[in-house]
Design a protein around this ligand. Structure first.
Ligand code: FE
Ligand code: ZN
Ligand code: FE
Ligand code: FE
Length: 200
């Protein structure tokens, strides 16, 4: 096992392997966490699609749902590449993010405002995934698990492009949602000058 920098010690070799073992265990634990999270998303993205109105948003979410299903399979390949069994362990963060997504959908009227909320919730998910896969790919590299690393980078790139696609869609949705407020209150909420207001 290729590993990391370590302090000097009289029994340096032993400490080195302990450290690597520690990172390996953390790596496997976090793989179990994101494996649960991706499986959870295969159930919660369909709810977002059902609640969305904008056709581009529905299409982007549907495409990412298919990607998400393949990410579940890819994680199984990651587990097998490191000689571990694929086990899911509840991710409290993803459970919270999907619960918040459900709340946003309940608390908004169907239409552009709910769509803006769905994009918000979906991008929180993508950012969580980007953070997770970025770190897991780095762990895999540090541990010398090159196959796992390249699989994780593949998923990382899908999450990044899903996030970018959602930002692009938010351009028009946010402005339409603000215009809806404007019509309700007869008070301009968005300046007429800046008509592209995308997330991130
Ligand atoms: Fe994912
Ligand atoms: Zn988690
Ligand atoms: Fe927070
Ligand atoms: Fe994703």
């Amino acid at each position: 096992m290729k590993s990391a920098q370590n302090g000097t010690s009289s029994n340096g070799v032993k400490i080195k392997s302990d450290v690597a073992q520690g990172l390996h265990d953390l790596f496997v634990d976090e793989l179990k966490d994101i494996y649960w999270a991706e499986k959870e998303l295969t159930k919660s993205i369909p709810k977002m699609i059902k609640n969305a109105s904008d056709e581009k948003l529905k299409k982007a979410l549907s495409e990412h749902l298919e990607e998400t299903k393949s990410q579940v399979t890819r994680l199984e390949e990651v587990f097998s590449s490191i000689g571990e069994k694929a086990v899911a362990k509840k991710c409290e963060a993803m459970a919270g993010l999907t619960k918040e997504a459900a709340e946003i959908m309940e608390e908004t009227e169907k239409g552009v405002v709910r769509d803006a909320g769905i994009i918000l919730a979906a991008q929180k998910v993508e950012h969580y995934e980007i953070a997770t896969y970025g770190t897991l790919a780095a762990f895999a590299k540090a541990l010398g698990e090159t196959e796992a690393a390249s699989l994780l980078v593949e998923t990382l790139n899908e999450e990044k492009s899903a996030d970018k696609k959602l930002s692009k869609i938010s351009d028009s949705i946010n402005v339409k949602a603000a215009d809806e407020d404007e019509q309700d209150t007869e008070t301009p909420v968005a300046t007429k000058k800046k008509r592209i207001v995308s997330n991130h």
